[in-house]
Design a binder for this molecule. Structure first.
Ligand code: GLN
Length: 461
């Protein structure tokens, strides 16, 4: 099979074309089923859709940027006519009635959607262990997690099963699994990619983003999915003047991120930074230490309201009963997982009378303070470099019994979502044969600045 880890999209396209699309996909699926038996990165494959997509591609489409390229989609993004489970039993039989905007864009660009990938239930988790269906393993160590919640999408790319995938990131779910699986993953500026057709977790934080084995492929995928969409009123057009950034001169290192970091990870990042030969400035983000508190108030509040629609009446599975309230209660009790219920309960509490002001409003103020910390920092520096994860990819089961330990996995990624900023995970090496990532964080719409610095990081290694 083609080596998706080493080849780039133009090379893959050429090889598939030479081989012939139909012949390639017949052999590819036989191989893919076998290759995913250990990883379990896919919840299911979309073989009949693949046949349709191949047939719809015409000879004159050959110049489309993703002509014939296989791509995996996180199973909280709708693909018309296919199941979309969001990793939950409550949506086990749910068939998507329409395409997410990003999926329409991919198909238009010639991509072939080969399957839907595993995730934590409703994208809530950091290890993909909250999936109601299966455990996905890390491509570098089958005793360890791939990260989460886009663990399936990260493992599929990191394990060389597909060259590209889409994930979603509410508090780190693209960047942390990308770091654990040794790949590139971008959380775009809030609003740059349409959320239409993404099963909502916390709408003010959710963003869809690209995952790939190399930077150029990631940029290509980002360019295809970005842009304003009338079906998502929070989406925006990417400003043209931001496509050609000025070169980065000054990098900020937030001291709060490095103070208590694992020393092996710290050293590896410092080594990379040194080689950049740019001006480095230590910065301080004063409110950053409250990010996790702020996130675990605002996110569950939004989750509790977004997930109210899974009532056994309108969507998905239902426990039959003569009493309406019993249908609602029993269906949610049986088909939602522990972590999901925990967040719904916390969120409902936070939004309830008398607590709204004490918790929700206070957290909103904190969110603004965190945003302002970043804005102050970007007056002094062009970009910020930070670790992606505080730890190496951890063992399966290691953190499942302690939600707080699990929540700490996202301590470096969550502030970026709270402030609506773009951030990229880039793989920077290995510790004990496990991949390590580093985050480049930019101001709003500074994706191309981030890409420039990422290129410099790669070329100076
Ligand atoms: N791990 C974080 C959480 O559990 C972030 C999830 C995400 O980004 N979807 O909420």
């Amino acid at each position: 099979m083609l080596n998706f880890k080493e080849l780039n999209i133009p090379q893959i396209k050429e090889s598939i074309l030479n081989y012939g699309l139909e012949k390639f996909y017949n052999e590819y699926f036989q191989w893919l089923r076998e290759a995913d038996k250990n990883l379990k990165s896919f919840l299911f494959f979309t073989e009949s859709l693949v046949q349709k997509l191949i047939q719809n591609l015409k000879k004159e489409d050959i110049n489309l940027p993703l002509y014939g390229i296989p791509i995996a989609i996180k199973d909280n993004i709708l693909v018309k006519g296919e199941r979309c489970t969001a990793g939950s039993k409550i949506l086990e039989n749910y068939i998507a009635p329409y395409n997410a905007t990003v999926v329409d864009k991919l198909i238009k660009a010639g991509a072939i959607i080969v399957g839907k990938t595993n995730l934590d239930e409703f994208a809530m988790g950091s290890s993909t262990e909250n999936s109601a269906y299966q455990l996905t393993t890390n491509p570098y160590d089958k005793g360890r997690v791939p990260g989460g919640s886009s663990g399936g999408s990260a493992a599929a790319v990191g394990g060389g099963l597909v060259p590209l995938s889409l994930g979603s990131d509410t508090g780190g779910s693209i960047r942390q699994p990308a770091s654990f699986c040794g790949i590139y993953g971008l959380k775009p500026t809030y609003g740059v990619v349409s959320r239409y057709g993404l099963i909502a977790m916390a709408s003010s934080l959710d963003q869809i983003g690209p995952m790939a084995n190399n930077l150029n492929d990631l940029i290509l995928l980002f360019e295809i999915i970005k842009g304003k969409d009338n079906k998502d009123s929070t989406s925006v057009n990417f400003p043209k003047e931001k496509l050609k950034p000025l070169t980065t001169q000054k990098i900020g290192l937030p001291k709060e991120f490095f103070d208590e970091l694992d020393s092996q990870i710290k050293n590896l990042i410092r080594e990379k930074i040194k080689k950049l030969k740019l001006e480095i400035k230590e910065i301080s983000l004063k409110h950053i230490k409250y990010s996790l508190h702020c996130y675990y108030l605002l996110m569950p509040a939004e989750v509790s309201s977004n997930l109210a629609r899974y009532d056994g009446i309108r969507y998905g599975k239902r426990i039959k009963n003569d009493n309406f309230w019993q249908i609602y209660k029993l269906t949610r009790q049986k088909f939602l997982g522990e972590e999901t219920k925990r967040r719904i309960i916390i969120g409902t509490f936070i939004l309830s009378h008398g607590y709204y002001e004490a918790y929700y409003l206070k957290a909103q103020k904190l969110r603004k303070a965190i945003y302002e910390d970043f804005q102050r920092a970007f007056k002094e520096v062009d970009l910020i470099i930070a670790p992606t994860s505080p730890t190496l990819p951890f063992k399966i089961g290691e953190k499942t019994s302690d939600p707080l330990q699990m929540y700490l996995s996202d301590i470096f990624t969550i502030p970026v979502n709270l402030a609506g900023l773009p951030a990229l995970n880039i793989p920077i090496g290995f510790i004990d044969h496990l991949p390590i990532g580093m985050q480049i964080i930019g101001n709003v719409f500074d994706e191309y600045k981030i890409f420039e610095l990422a290129k410099l990081t790669i070329s100076s290694q």
